[in-house]
Design a protein. Structure first.
Length: 105
């Protein structure tokens, strides 16, 4: 179990967890919490499946989720100091849209 102090250290004081996010969705949309939770889960699952297939998801003004590649590289094992080869990998990326960027300013 994660202690609240650990969450605060990692995310800061203004942190919204998934349950609080679902409450906000329900409040703003008029959906029940159960329906808001189902809608959020479906949204996240769809974004995940789309990225897994190599495609992007774009919400104009909000941002774009896409897949990037990280090249193979050399690294060092911090506990032994031995050099290791790190394989190439795919990573999820998010590029902030103009409206979101302006709202956060």
């Amino acid at each position: 179990m994660v202690h609240f102090d650990t969450i605060t250290q990692k995310y800061g004081e203004n942190y919204m967890n998934k349950n609080e996010f679902i409450d906000a969705i329900a409040s703003k949309s008029g959906l029940t919490k159960k329906d808001a939770s189902a809608a959020l889960d479906a949204t996240l699952q769809t974004i995940t499946e789309t990225l897994a297939s190599g495609d992007s998801v774009s919400f104009i003004g909000f941002g774009t989720f896409s897949v990037g590649t990280r090249a193979a590289r050399s690294g060092v094992n911090p506990s032994t100091g031995a050099k290791i080869e790190i394989a190439a990998s795919k990573v999820a990326k998010f590029k902030v849209g103009a409206k979101l960027k302006e709202a956060v300013k």
